[in-house]
Design a binder for this molecule. Structure first.
Ligand code: GTP
Ligand code: MG
Length: 452
């Protein structure tokens, strides 16, 4: 983990955007550029995240980042794979990410998941920048590998630049429609009220120096106070994923945003049926890339400090939920910590009634976002849970009085076993999507048809 004496933690940066717009490629490029800069050892791979220390940021960004001007230790990037929604990334009272990169393909512009991401950023008041990706695909583009964007942008022919400008201005227009004032980042004086748009190519590395420089600058200028933590205190984190792991049983992939976790700690974890109290059995981080073998992918460690991604193995995690909190007890009163976790779970508890639809979502955060969207649309909910759609959910959906409520909405989940057949037999409709507003709209259309 990257750490400074000042007790400033690494800002957490989430990368989000529509499927195939280049989120993973962008992170690969950041990692790759850093490795090429001869700092391979300095990049640390976390569970679900990648840490890039300040000196590496400054080497990749060249003259755009002078390390003397910064005291934040670097940046921790969270990958959000296509099948995983950014809504997972919640934490006590808000967003887990301190900053976000919204990746938009210049050829494709805004797409459903881009819009969804924007709504979530807006709701959680997360500052963000837009990476207008794939600039190298503009016909006639002259590649200048890993160059700052302004330099390579100005070196293009007028025709190429005009074509890129058209795409960039349509992105700026879409941002404006969504209620955000934005401009190309080098024209902005004030990043607090304006969104910086950074043209980049995850393929050629053009614009990557600018992206890192802008993120680092934003974090340093606007987030420094929030980064001041008790670096040795009892840890607080968010579960990214609950996963079965050979030799360990059910494990938690966690992003720690405060304090430390030790292999000897007792922790309290948010579960389906309330807080779970358990003892850490092993604290795991990935082995260095070169050593990865399927059977021994992890390395046991004694302690990890925020901000970091890690895997926690412990007993009794069957009910743990993605998006739920993890708290280290350490020298505090266990009851207080349980209460803390309980309160956080209550914060996202969904109002349910006797009559309404069944909602299933992949994480606590996405369930909360679904519930909010349904509430806005005045659609009642009978049951809301994290997890795949199971036969018992179908049974549940048959207990309603109104035909239009014999429905299950599934966000980013699978339909298990014979749940689909059972639904068909019992006349229960299942709607699935990985875009919240499409689920809500799909259901509304279904109700309209039915009432016609
Ligand atoms: P999901 O995780 O599935 O949501 O996709 P993603 O956003 O992570 O996209 P990914 O990085 O997997 O890239 C999708 C495709 O676009 C891949 O074939 C990449 O090689 C390609 N791609 C990404 N960035 C660039 C770019 O800057 N230029 C070009 N030419 N291709 C790119
Ligand atoms: Mg990806």
């Amino acid at each position: 983990t990257i750490q400074t004496d000042a007790g400033l933690r690494t800002p957490i940066v989430a990368v989000l955007g529509h499927v195939d717009h280049g989120k993973t490629s962008l992170l690969d490029k950041v990692r790759g550029s850093a490795v090429i800069e001869g700092e391979a050892g300095a990049i640390t791979q976390h569970i679900g995240a990648t840490a890039v220390p300040l000196d590496v940021v400054s080497q990749v960004a060249g003259s755009l980042v002078d390390p003397e001007e910064f005291d934040l230790p670097g940046l921790l990037f969270i990958d959000t794979p296509g099948h995983h929604s950014f809504t997972t990334l919640r934490s006590r009272g808000g967003a887990l990410a301190d900053i976000a990169i919204l990746v938009v393909d210049v050829n494709d512009g805004f797409q459903p998941q881009t819009e969804e991401a924007i709504r979530i950023l807006q709701d959680s008041q997360t500052p963000f920048v837009v990476a207008a990706n794939k600039v190298d695909t503009v016909p006639g583009w002259q590649v200048d590998e890993d160059a700052p964007i302004k330099q390579t942008y100005e070196a293009q022919s007028d025709r190429v630049r005009q074509q890129l400008d058209e795409s960039l201005y349509s992105i700026i227009g879409e941002l404006s429609d969504a209620g955000f004032s934005s401009d190309l980042y080098w024209r902005l004086q004030n990043f607090q009220n304006n969104i910086g748009v950074i043209p980049v190519s995850a393929k050629t590395g053009e614009g990557i120096p600018d992206l890192l420089a802008v993120l680092m600058g934003l974090a340093q200028r606007y987030m420094k106070e929030e980064m001041e933590i008790d670096v040795t205190g009892p840890g607080a984190g968010t579960i990214l994923e609950v996963k079965e792991e050979q030799g360990f049983g059910k494990t938690l992939d966690v992003i720690l945003y405060d304090g430390t976790v030790r292999a000897s700690d007792t922790i309290v974890v948010g579960g389906q049926n309330g807080p779970i109290v358990t003892d850490v059995r092993a604290l795991l981080k990935p082995r260095p890339l070169a050593e990865i073998r399927t059977e021994k992918r992890f390395e046991k460690v004694d302690e990890l400090a925020a901000a970091a991604g890690m895997k926690i193995a412990a007993p009794d995690l069957e009910d743990a939920m993605a998006g739920a909190p993890v708290r280290v007890v350490r020298d505090r009163d266990l009851d207080d910590v349980v209460e803390e976790v309980q309160a956080e779970l209550a914060e996202v508890a969904v109002d349910t009634g006797e009559e309404g639809i069944v909602v299933k979502a992949d994480t606590l955060g996405s369930l909360e976002a679904m519930a909010n969207a349904l509430d806005e649309a005045e659609i009642p909910i009978m049951r809301a849970e994290v997890g795949d759609i199971a036969p018992r959910d179908v049974s549940m959906a048959t207990t309603v009085d109104e035909e239009k409520h014999r429905v299950i909405l599934g966000f980013n989940v699978d339909v298990l076993g014979d749940a689909a057949d059972k639904a068909e037999q019992q006349d229960v409709r299942i709607f699935e999507s990985d875009v919240i507003y499409q689920l809500v709209e799909g259901y509304e259309e279904f109700v309209e048809e039915m009432e016609r």
